[in-house]
Write a protein that binds this ligand. Structure first.
Ligand code: WTA
Length: 659
């Protein structure tokens, strides 16, 4: 075996600082830091150049950027089609027979499926025609509730081809969450599957979908036969994917879409109980997806890119579909759980397929590190040349393990900060430029700018924690609104510091070299194992139990999952807390959201701390659970409850300080 290549070197002076070496620099798409200045001199001209170079347009734009803050548009008048950019244009080149998707099923005995760009082209065309035949037109919303099987990319691109708007719902979300999202989006068709495998268990997805459909506008359902469960079809509503596909015409002309036409809606959790339908349009989103994939992951034609995110999250949309496919790259997708049927599965897949770029979440890194820190050493991981992390801050210990044990000390790690709202990565280091520093995400992507503000909206001093905001021109891939709720767009992101500052909801620090260290959410959004959840949604789910008077949910740090929810529950008068009741409450959460949102702990209390106006003080609950100083509690409406809570949660105060 040849000695594996090394791509980084340690800083000569500073500890924990790495730089790309000559080999990396000569390979990387970008290796000259002057790109940052070039971009910041004229960001709109910069993005205009990228949009032109990266994508195929049917018609050029007449204006690059137009803004009436907080609203803005990119590439006005430009026309393009996302599926053409992800498929057709590769089929017209030598990439026609290149693998687009290598799909690894969960069951070990089942064969791996590879789809070339030509295969993808054929499937997308047929499915696009099928959708048209079933009455889906431009602007119509299509729900997609599929596991990680290649049909998911086909379905998304088929929608994009005819100008329909897809709304993918994570397959582990409950029927109730699917229903809410289908209703809110007004979807008229749903693409789902009979089921899928999760940790060896066959999950009946069709039953969940059926339960969600009642009272929605969904008229037709297309079912992928993944398991062959023998499910019942409802006549004139349900169709098998493979049957429709075989009947469909082989070519569907791609609809020329306006750059600002909607490509997809993706629901995400905010601070209220109602998920937000984040709107992404076509031209700007695709431009950012293309260039962030190319520059941050440094993807080349001979790479094999594996992003472990499920398609149901934005990371799956951008880095398991639009980014790599618009580049003509080869990506690997895996159906199953990373620890099934054994803890070495991820490493086994890397070894077997020669994955070169692995993009994952700190949760998975910590979980695999904890079960057996030496396990990756048993596999040949020398194909890896770049690693990536996303979704939550990565702690130093996990970073070091990922770097040393998984990457063999040879591979740069890109710690990529972004959000469902931003459409693509916005803060990260560029691996051909560096530096790579653990727990520091890096700089704003060229052509974008972020600042740290204090409470008053002034720039925070270097190194001090503050509010992370983005300033105009807003990145092309940024959300354009919230589906059906224009006011919420303004209120959520632009009310704190005004229309010229997009507020991310995150706290961060500006470090040396304009790099950012991300601290985490400042609002009531939780990141549990990297999954984005809202405390309000959990509270609503628990409070929907007839025996519950009120619930308050807060996140507490967790060694593997980063953060987990803890629920404080006040029962109605006369109701006794029992383990049985606790199970019922957990079931409520399963039903309303899904098992990923289960509280780690339920604490039955007589009351929770409240302000005089009756607002729950979650901050105090959080501090109680973290043994932090509570500060002045005398201004509460009910200070006496704090004493009760202290003994219930075993509060010890902060390192001897009197709370
Ligand atoms: C957090 C995921 C620290 C952050 C793409 C953000 C991160 C939220 C990082 C968005 C990172 C994402 N370091 N925190 N590299 N990346 N986050 O919408 O709190 O699921 O606001 O999008 O994840 O979560 P979302």
């Amino acid at each position: 075996m040849a000695k594996p290549s090394k791509w980084v070197e340690r800083d000569k002076v500073k500890e924990n600082v790495y730089w790309p070496n000559e080999e990396m620099k000569s390979r990387a798409w970008v290796h000259d830091a002057s790109i940052y200045e070039e971009a910041s001199k004229d960001p709109t001209a910069f993005w205009s150049r990228l949009a032109k170079e990266g994508l195929d347009w049917v018609e050029g734009w007449s204006e690059v950027y137009q803004a009436k803050p907080p609203h803005f548009k990119w590439f006005l008048g430009g026309k393009l089609n996302a599926s053409y950019n992800c498929v057709d244009r590769h089929v017209n080149t030598w990439r026609r027979n290149k693998a687009a998707i290598i799909w690894v099923p969960e069951p070990l005995g089942e064969p791996v499926r590879t789809l070339t760009y030509m295969d993808l082209y054929r499937e997308v065309n047929r499915m696009a025609n099928t959708l048209r035949k079933l009455g889906v037109g431009k602007g119509d919303r299509v729900g997609i509730y599929l596991p990680m099987i290649p049909e998911v990319q086909v379905a998304m691109l088929a929608c994009a081809r005819i100008g329909a708007v897809h709304s993918v719902v994570f397959s582990a979300f409950s029927s109730a969450s699917l229903k809410d999202r289908l209703l809110d989006a007004g979807a008229k068709l749903l693409i789902t599957a009979d089921g899928y495998y999760r940790r060896g268990k066959a999950i009946n997805l069709k039953a969940q979908a059926d339960a969600a459909l009642k009272d929605t506008k969904v008229e037709k359902v297309i079912l992928v036969k993944r398991l062959g469960l023998g499910v019942e079809l409802e006549k004139s509503r349900d169709y098998w994917w493979h049957e429709l596909r075989d009947e469909a015409e082989p070519y569907c002309s791609p609809e020329p879409m306006d750059s600002e036409d909607i490509l997809f809606i993706l629901y995400t959790s905010g601070t209220t109980g109602k998920p937000k339908g984040i709107i992404h349009e076509t031209g700007g989103y695709l431009t950012q997806a293309y260039w962030t994939t190319r520059w941050i992951f440094d993807v080349h034609d001979d790479d094999l890119f594996w992003c472990t995110s499920d398609i149901g999250w934005v990371t799956g949309h951008t880095y398991n579909c639009y980014g790599p496919l618009s580049l003509g790259a080869t990506m690997l997708i895996y159906e199953g759980a990373p620890d099934y049927p054994h803890y070495g599965r991820v490493w086994e897949i890397v070894e077997e397929h020669g994955v070169t770029i692995l993009y994952t979440a700190p949760t998975m890194i910590r979980m695999l590190m904890k079960v057996d820190p030496d396990l990756p050493r048993k596999y040949d991981l020398t194909s890896l040349r770049l690693l990536g992390s996303v979704g939550e801050p990565i702690n130093l210990e996990a970073w070091k393990w990922f770097f040393e044990v998984v990457g063999g000390g040879r591979c740069p790690i890109v710690d990529t900060w972004w959000q469902t709202e931003t459409g693509g990565i916005l803060i990260s280091s560029l691996p051909g430029i560096g530096p790579i520093i653990p727990t520091v995400a890096g700089r704003s992507f060229p052509g974008t700018k972020h600042l740290i503000l204090d409470e008053e909206g002034r720039p925070a001093p270097m190194g001090e924690e503050g509010y992370l905001v983005q300033i105009p021109p807003f990145a092309p891939g940024m959300l354009r609104g919230i589906w059906g709720d224009p006011k919420r767009y303004v209120d959520t992101y632009f009310s704190q510091f005004g229309p010229e500052y997009y507020f991310t909801g995150d706290g961060a620090r500006m470090m040396e070299g304009e790099a950012f260290r991300i601290i985490g959410r400042l609002d009531d959004v939780l990141k549990v194992a990297g999954h984005r959840l809202s405390t309000a949604e959990l509270e609503n789910a628990i409070a929907s139990h007839p025996k519950v008077a009120e619930a308050a949910v807060v996140g507490v740090p967790h060694e593997v999952k980063g953060e987990v929810p803890v629920a404080f529950v006040i029962l109605k008068a006369g109701v006794e807390p029992t383990p049985e009741l606790e199970r019922e409450l957990v079931k409520k959460v399963d039903e309303a959201i899904g098992p990923i949102a289960r509280p780690e702990r339920v604490v039955f209390v007589t009351d929770v701390p409240k302000t005089r106006s009756g607002k729950i003080m979650r901050r105090i609950l959080r501090k109680l659970l973290r043994n932090e100083p509570l500060g002045d509690v005398t201004t509460l409406m009910n200070p006496e409850v704090v004493e009760e809570l202290k003994s219930l949660v075993g509060y010890r105060g902060s390192r001897g300080a009197s709370p």
